[in-house]
Design a protein around this ligand. Sequence first.
Ligand SMILES: [Zn+2]
Length: 429
Amino acid sequence: MIAIPKDKSIDLLKKLSFPRPTGSNNEILAQKIIINELKKLKYQVKLEKVKYIKSKIIRKIETVARYQIILWLTIISTFLHPLIIVFLFSLYFYSKFYFYPKIQLKLAKGITYNLIANYVSNKNYRNNKKIVLCAHYDTAKIRNESMQKRFKLYSNIFDFTDFLTYSFIVLLFFTGITNISFTKSFSWQDGLLSFNSLIIESMWLFFIFYFCIINLLFIYFILSNKNRYSSGANDNASGVYVLLKIAEAVKKMKFNINIDFNFFAAEEIGYYGCRNWIKSHISKLEKSKTYFINVDTVGKGNALFINKGIGHVVKHYSNNFLIDTLKECATEIGFKTENFWGVFGDDSKLLEENLQACGIITSYPRKNSIISTLLNKLFLMPADIAIPFFDYIHNINDEYSNINKKNINKTIKLLLQSIEIIQKQLDSR
Ligand SMILES: [Zn+2]
């Protein structure tokens, strides 16, 4: 039977619940608290350098760039052939997912640290079989007030914008193909307005109008965003606390497996901690013998959300063995589970590298919007009716007083049981 370290008051979580933005003195304070706890538990802590983009202007440009690019591509579709625009859209998606992330790491001049501790098994395990538990320790900016008030509405608007973007690309593609097959020729100047079709013209007008509004909305969000940071009790002092408790438990339980504890920095501004870690460790990793579990935002809600993967067109799936193990253990301890698809935290970066990973979060389930369900079906994603509802993170209410202690303890129990099963699986190889 697994013994969970007794800590009814979860004082350590309280101690960690204060704004910890990347690059601040508070961030250093948080690092000190984590290092201190790990040292108390007789762990050696490695500080690994993380580079992140310090310039707030670049970060703001990054946020608006996406909708700006979509708007400008819509505008130039007036006088450029639809297939050229489709090509430019592909170029945009390529740079967004493959090219820009590389540039971004080159532009990164700010420096912070990942905190890494290793539990080395007493059985003298070969170092290459291991479990890596991850949790980020930085906190996010507080959301704009109107965004917070109408959180559900805005999430639907953003889902709808994704849907419209894809629809626009489909429209361009079919118009372009039809044009070529009818005229049997290709002129790059044949923009959407040269087709003399009222339907295409009105759709074109609608798209331009819609993307203009979305851009204005986004610029308003950015300009009205104050420099205030959330206390991040749930996001993600909860995950850090869970990892520290597990670090404590495994020392007493003598597990026969190596466990790494990765406390990642700078997640909220672009997953920099995790990305830097991948960059410097991936070549040494034995991918098939390493399992990653990312713990993020586990302090509230009544359901455990297991992330099944990310991506619309190019999909990256979470590791099936991990999904099954987490689900099985959750059911055993009476933790309701839900599936989740999409980017939530650092696990998305691990999945992009095809590592055996899975992310967990806890939340109150919300019924998926019609648009989001439609997108799920359209892109053949393992669609679910429920999605996590996150109106209570990245705001002033993410405080220690709002943490559900039972949730935290359930997560600790769940992970300890899962580690036992993973250990057995790795042992049998
Ligand atoms: Zn988080």
